[in-house]
Write a protein that binds this ligand. Structure first.
Ligand code: ZN
Length: 286
């Protein structure tokens, strides 16, 4: 599933493409992936494309907003003048033309541009809401603190750790605590901070909590700089249809059996924690 850096990269690319365009028509081919009335957004202009956690928000000129969750295999393909831009899962749509079998929603803009929502496994969704309802809708209202905002402070982060006896990695990935962090960046941030992913969150000392706060921020920032990650099992491409580059900078994620980047001489190990691949250096992470 795309995490914060991947969704942020898609958001930036999508905003560049659709900001200012007017929606001419919406074709919903699979009702379960579209909530709300499609007719509510026809004739509306795209004002901005925002993000909260892993959710993309498209604000429209008529007081409505579209919220999009790509989940595992959601993919947005923008086409105009014979050119194509893709964001999300890179599984090629069947055949060379769109709409494909996996195309479930199509937006037509008045300038002739089209935006296709493809989703092989159909876990993703698009929802029409009044813009003032966006912050309180269940997918967004429950989200925890947002990195890269003023809400993301050590004062907000420390109590999150103090209040949980769950393994620290699971706390970092809990969307209701911190928004947007998934498996890749939780693993790498813990390596940077030198903390064993299995440690109970409330066992971290204030200085470890501080280190983790800093490393989470820096790992996410670096990932955005590289346009996100396109790892084997976290497949994703950005709005230009090209893979992200952060996977060339993974610290521990998917590096099991390879030498620790700290040159401690140990190899990265992989264990399962709550069913998810968990990667760490047994020497450097305590
Ligand atoms: Zn090491």
């Amino acid at each position: 599933m795309p995490e914060l850096p991947e969704v942020e990269t898609i958001r930036r690319g999508l905003e560049e493409k659709i900001k200012g365009l007017t929606i001419k028509n919406v074709e919903v081919r699979l009702a379960k992936q579209f909530q709300g009335k499609a007719t509510d957004i026809i004739g509306a202009k795209v004002l901005s494309v925002r993000r909260r956690g892993k959710v993309t928000i498209i604000d429209l000129s008529n007081g409505k907003s579209l919220i999009i969750h790509l989940k595992l295999t959601g993919q947005l393909v923008f086409r105009h003048d014979g050119r194509s831009f893709i964001g999300g899962h890179p599984i090629p749509f069947a055949g060379t033309d769109l709409p494909a079998k996996t195309t479930h929603i199509i937006f037509d803009f008045t300038n002739g541009a089209r935006l296709f929502y493809n989703d092989l496994r159909q876990f993703g969704w698009i929802k029409v809401l009044r813009s003032e309802e966006v912050n309180t809708t269940s997918a967004i209202g429950k989200l925890g603190i947002e990195p890269f905002t003023n809400d993301f402070s050590l004062e907000a982060f420390s109590p999150i750790l103090k209040r949980s006896s769950k393994p620290i990695k699971l706390v970092l990935m809990d969307q209701e605590k911190i928004a947007g962090v998934g498996n890749i960046y939780a693993n790498d941030a813990l390596f940077e901070a030198g903390i064993d992913p299995r440690r109970k969150a409330n066992s971290l000392t204030p200085s470890e909590g501080h280190k983790l706060f800093i490393s989470l921020h820096s790992v996410l920032k670096e990932a955005i700089k590289y346009g996100g990650s396109s790892a084997a099992d976290e497949a994703y491409v950005n709005a230009a249809g090209v893979p992200g580059k952060y996977q060339d900078h993974f610290r521990v994620y998917q590096r099991q059996g390879q030498l620790c980047l700290n040159k401690c001489g140990q190899k990265i190990v992989r264990i399962a924690l709550s069913g998810r691949g968990t990667f760490f250096c047994p020497h450097c992470q305590k």
